[in-house]
Write a protein that binds this ligand. Structure first.
Ligand SMILES: [Zn+2]
Length: 66
């Protein structure tokens, strides 16, 4: 992966996220499982059909914080 670290990358739309991403246990950007030091990216609002999505977005820690 190149470019911005997950903690600073633009947030994706709520569509197409995995269950783990929606549950806040996988990185919102790269979908890797999160352990400690995850960075909160706030919430993503969207909808899937009749369901409103309100997802807590978490991203990998910044390398400097590892
Ligand atoms: Zn990531």
């Amino acid at each position: 992966m190149t470019g911005e670290p997950c903690a600073r990358a633009p947030l994706p739309s709520a569509h197409g996220l995995t269950w783990d991403q929606g549950a806040g246990i996988a990185c919102i950007i790269c979908a890797r499982p999160l352990t400690t030091g995850a960075v909160s990216r706030g919430r993503i609002h969207g909808r899937a059909g009749a369901h409103h999505l309100d997802i807590d977005a978490w991203a990998c820690p910044l390398p400097e914080q590892a």
